[in-house]
Write a protein that binds this ligand. Structure first.
Ligand code: MGD
Ligand code: MGD
Ligand code: MO
Length: 716
């Protein structure tokens, strides 16, 4: 997307439009770039674009683009895997492709295609092409980072509402918004402006979070500051009050909720006093929250994108939250959480199941899924493999090779086990912007990935509007777009027809044909994108009109046709039908002996505004804002051990110990500490427990027990 060139002071200058990819929100924020003699010299907000403004990360993105350490050509290791120095040696693309294709084909011939796993981490753009590559090669073992992120929330919503929803921003008619844990002030600044705008219009906010986040400070009318991992009990406490006081939509519940009686019976034990004992939320605050929401309808809900499912009972806890939302009766009603009436037939990452070949090939390959013996319910509900058991898969010889696009071994619990597993593979290749020792020290080959400024890739999709994204500058060095790499690898593996002979435009046209458009037409539409007018008005309460189910019958797209607060499907798979609450595996209530030794609760992974997971620490302007890893703890907890601001401390669990600096903050609950993930020199995931949710296989990142001690400056 470019404007005409001009000449200024002897330099050729032009302006071009693209989008930012410094965090992994989808769709991304718009970006306008100024280019002089082929080099980007400035980035700023993009006019008329649905997502923005740029945050500090986006504004710093040229530091990533032109970073001296960027990987600019393929490299191959010359020392054994796991060595401190991989002895990276430059190789040509031709050689890199040849090695990868030979090794993968060899493993396929000897052990079967399913022993090869294709994996995509943070980046979303290459996913459809890499998934296509996996299935075409003959393996169903395609995995992504979503198996630790939002996927379990999607599963919970699918089970409950028969729809994959994470909630909705307040609309014009909305009177209240239940934000069950998000901190968009840091994690999604483009959302924060909309929430503040709604507050000005009078929307009331109830926000659940163990911390007083900037989002809580700016928005909350009532803040429910719970002990991490107890969301299910808090939700049941709300349900108890709603039912006892008639503060729910009885007509909706009677007609459209499956399992009301069982739920009512189960919720009885969650009295405000009992909920206070479990969650630490004062009974009175819980009552205020329920009363405010019931008085301020219609209500919308914005669900957590991961925090509620980062627990050993996460899927059921999240279902309990969805039961609260259902009981208010505003699902798919004006001002409530609405499902799109006329969605374009494209998936969120701008692709189709035809393109990824999921529809055509996955059913035939599904029984070779490596997760089927461990998390069969996950396997059934998800096109992507549950990757959290990677060490087990490798130990048992069920995965022998991996191709990793933008992966990060530090995202997993007890990281060293994952690093060892990757190192043990017969073969592993990765693509990344940088050499990341914590991941790449364990692989054979690393390929240089082109950045957002340098690549063409799947489109940006906003409702019924599509934007094309093309390179605005030449790739640095020999970098290539991930999905170009996937297409070329497909060709090298012998599937030239299936991968459009490596032609990105033709591949993209295959997706766009589904909506009757093409790359050329999007190019013609220019930076303002191409809108597809809706074929009719918005329809609300679609369940009444048979618009939610493929069979056209009234109801929700669940087996019973109702919102399932009790799920027979779950029961058939050996799980509780109701969203039962269970204590975290390690907690002051479930393991008091352990808690005597490790008295603090471990809350990990809160986003900070300047970094994305393990990324961006090498960008000087951002690193200045947070030079060291810190543990945030309440002054009361710090005082017990004589810890002062900025002291060097150890953070210890039953699984290990890391060193960081203390930051004293009343924003964290007494007894709960807060620490970010993604620091190579203080990787919290080295020491978190490795408890997995039995339904989803999700990791309990937000529970666990720990202690903090000052590092003795003068040890004896
Ligand atoms: N303790 C704890 N652990 C957590 C979490 C938590 O809350 N607590 N959160 C979990 C969640 S929700 C998530 S999503 C994961 C995140 O985990 P990941 O997505 O694995 O984390 P990133 O650090 O973003 O790693 C992405 C890697 O991809 C590279 N990269 C970025 N963009 C591109 C690209 O376009 N192409 C290519 N080829 N490479 C690229 C980056 O340089 C980096 O090395 O972490 C999980 N881990
Ligand atoms: N700057 C930046 N932005 C990002 C990312 C990033 O790394 N950096 N990552 C992106 C990704 S992949 C994701 S998934 C999103 C995440 O987006 P958010 O979910 O908005 O971000 P978090 O900071 O992880 O917010 C989680 C909140 O959960 C709270 N919490 C912790 N434990 C519990 C618990 O047991 N129950 C409840 N109810 N709450 C709990 C924490 O206190 C924290 O405030 O952010 C995205 N945006
Ligand atoms: Mo995430």
């Amino acid at each position: 997307m470019e404007t005409a060139e001009a000449t200024r002071a002897g330099k050729t200058t032009r302006v071009a439009y693209t989008y930012c990819d410094l965090c992994n929100q989808v769709p991304k924020c718009g970006m306008k770039v100024h280019i002089e003699d082929g080099r980007i010299v400035r980035v700023e907000d993009r006019e008329n674009y649905p997502a923005g403004p740029l945050c500090m990360k986006g504004l710093a993105s040229l530091e990533e683009q032109y970073h001296p350490d960027r990987l600019l050509h393929p490299v191959r290791r010359t020392t054994p895997k796991g060595s401190v120095d991989p002895g990276w040696q430059r190789v040509s693309w031709d050689e890199a492709y040849q090695v990868i294709a030979e090794r993968l084909s060899e493993i396929k011939a000897k052990h079967g295609a399913d022993k090869v796993c294709f994996y995509v981490g943070d980046p979303k753009e290459p996913r459809p092409a890499v998934q296509r590559l996996a299935y075409t090669f003959g393996t169903p073992n395609f995995g992504t980072e979503s198996c630790v992120c939002s996927r379990a929330t999607v599963m919970a919503a699918q089970l409950t509402f028969g729809a994959q929803t994470g909630g909705a921003l307040p609309g014009k008619l909305t009177r209240s918004c239940l934000v069950w844990t998000r901190n968009p002030a840091y994690s999604a600044p483009h959302e924060m402006g909309k929430l503040l705008g709604a507050k000005k219009q009078g929307v009331k906010y109830v926000i659940v979070d163990p911390r007083v986040t900037p989002t809580v400070r700016q928005l909350a009318d009532v803040h429910l500051q719970l002990r991490p991992g107890t969301d299910g009990a808090l939700a049941m406490g709300m349900i108890h009050l709603m039912l006892e006081r008639g503060l729910f939509d009885k007509a909706f519940a009677d007609r459209w909720i499956e399992g009301m009686e069982d739920l009512a019976q189960y919720a009885k034990q969650f009295t405000p006093a009992e909920v206070e004992r479990i969650t630490r939320v004062p009974a009175q605050t819980l009552e205020e929250a329920v009363t405010l929401l019931a008085r301020s309808r219609p209500l919308t809900w914005m669900g957590s994108s991961q925090a509620t499912v980062h627990s050993s009972n996460g899927l059921q806890n999240h279902r309990a939250i969805l039961a609260v939302v259902a009981l208010f009766g505003d699902f798919d009603a004006p001002g409530g959480v609405c499902l799109p009436t006329h969605p374009l037939p494209l998936l969120p990452f701008g692709h189709t199941l035809d393109f990824s070949r999921e529809k055509e090939l996955l059913p035939k390959l599904r029984e070779l899924r490596v997760d089927n013996d461990y998390f069969p319910f996950w396997t059934k509900m998800n096109g992507e493999v549950q990757m959290n058991l990677l060490p087990e898969y490798v130990e048992q010889g069920r995965i022998r090779a991996m191709v990793i696009f933008g992966g990060n071994a530090m995202m997993w619990p007890q990281t060293a086990r994952y690093q060892a597993a990757i190192g043990k593979l017969d073969f592993a290749a990765a693509a990344d912007y940088f050499l990341r020792p914590w991941t790449h020290n364990y692989v054979d080959i690393v390929l240089p990935a082109a950045t957002t400024f340098e690549r063409m890739s799947p489109i940006a999709l906003f409702g019924r509007k599509i934007y094309l994204r093309e390179p605005v500058v030449e790739p640095s060095g020999e970098a290539k777009a991930d999905w170009q790499i996937a297409l070329e690898l497909g060709c090298r593996l012998g599937y030239r027809e299936e991968f459009w002979h490596g032609d990105e435009t033709n591949a993209l046209n295959a997706i766009l044909a589904k909506v009757g458009t093409s790359v050329d037409k999007l190019r013609e539409a220019g930076p303002d994108g191409l809108a597809f007018p809706a074929p009719g008005e918005e329809v609300f309460r679609k369940y009444e009109q048979g618009l939610l189910r493929p069979d056209g019958k009234p109801g929700f797209n669940t087996p019973s046709g109702k919102v399932e607060v009790s799920s027979k499907t779950l029961a058939q798979h050996g799980f509780d039908a109701l969203p039962t609450y269970r204590e975290p595996v390690e907690s002051p209530l479930s393991t008091p002996e352990l808690a005597a030794e490790f008295p603090l609760i471990l809350n990990t992974g809160s986003r900070v505004p300047m970094f994305t997971h393990s990324k961006l620490r090498e960008l000087p302007s951002l690193r200045r804002l947070m030079p060291h890893p810190v543990v945030n703890l309440n002054p009361a907890d710090a005082a017990v051990h004589g810890i002062a601001e900025d002291d060097e401390v150890t953070l210890e669990t039953a699984h290990g110990r890391i060193r960081l600096r203390a930051h004293l903050s009343r924003d964290v609950l007494p007894g709960v500490i807060d620490v970010s993930h993604g620091w190579a020199d203080a990787n919290i995931n080295e020491i978190v427990p490795r408890h997995l949710d039995p339904v989803s296989g999700f990791v309990a990142f937000k529970e666990g027990l720990c202690r903090v001690r000052k590092v003795d400056a003068n040890p004896a």
